[in-house]
Design a protein around this ligand. Structure first.
Ligand SMILES: [Zn+2]
Length: 240
């Protein structure tokens, strides 16, 4: 690998690192998912109220251990671990950027031996058995995103001006992060949205693709700041 590069990689979690959306699966199994999910998609509920309702819908016999053991059974992208090792071996910081919850992200990373990874996400607070409430560390007033915790804000807090930001995601909550990133890997709804917004992106189906393309970009010295993303980042710093 060439000389040290100022790159930071951020990966969405649900549907990106895992095959299914664990957040959805967890509430389908242990609480109530509908009609709230439809209300969220139709704009009748905002994401912060949505998570609050879903957390309070969790059955009374549900505790942290139950949710953790459920999460650790979920199928993960078979190349994710290899991808993180590749980043580590090349001194590229890599972090999880999720609008889901610590309670299911951490056990998955632990199972992969990646518990040292930096994770930006919402927290599920267990106040005894009666109240499970969400906590949004990176909530944003200025971003028009569909996140409870704004991914853009978490990302920008972590990097400096010179850093080339790489982001991989798949869904609604990834829109603001992708818009502010230099190199975007997109699938499913995020890919469709990037097409619509003319944001250049690499389609991928798993982290082997991401690793292969990133390696090629690094070796070909093709990694660079995306002008439109830089302008957006400067605006974000001004308004936040
Ligand atoms: Zn945002």
């Amino acid at each position: 690998m060439p000389e040290k590069l100022e790159i930071a990689v951020f990966c969405d979690f649900d549907g990106t690192v895992t095959k299914l959306d664990i957040g959805d699966e967890l509430f389908k199994n242990f609480g109530e998912f509908e009609p709230y999910h439809t209300d969220l998609r139709n704009g009748r509920l905002n994401i912060r109220d949505y998570w609050k309702i879903l957390c309070s819908s969790l059955r009374h016999d549900v505790d942290k251990e139950k949710l953790e053991s459920f999460a650790s059974e979920i199928e993960v992208d078979p190349y994710f671990e290899q991808f993180v090792r590749f980043c580590n071996n090349n001194s590229i910081p890599v972090a999880i950027l999720s609008d889901g919850f610590d309670v299911y992200i951490e056990p998955v990373l632990r199972k992969l031996g990646l518990e040292e990874m930096k994770v930006f996400c919402n927290k599920m607070i267990f106040n005894g058995k009666s109240a499970i409430v969400p906590n949004y560390k990176y909530a944003s007033e200025s971003c028009e995103c569909l996140c409870a915790s704004c991914k853009r804000n978490a990302m920008l807090e972590y990097v400096d001006d010179e850093t080339i930001i790489v982001f991989a995601g798949d869904d609604y909550s990834d829109f603001c992060a992708a818009e502010h990133s230099d190199i975007v890997f997109a699938k499913k709804k995020l890919a469709a949205w990037c097409n619509e917004k003319r944001i250049p992106h690499y389609p991928y189906s798993n982290f082997f693709d991401v690793m292969r393309i990133l390696k090629k970009l690094i070796e070909g010295k093709k990694l660079k700041i995306r002008h439109q993303a830089k302008i957006k980042r400067m605006k974000a710093f001004e308004t936040e």
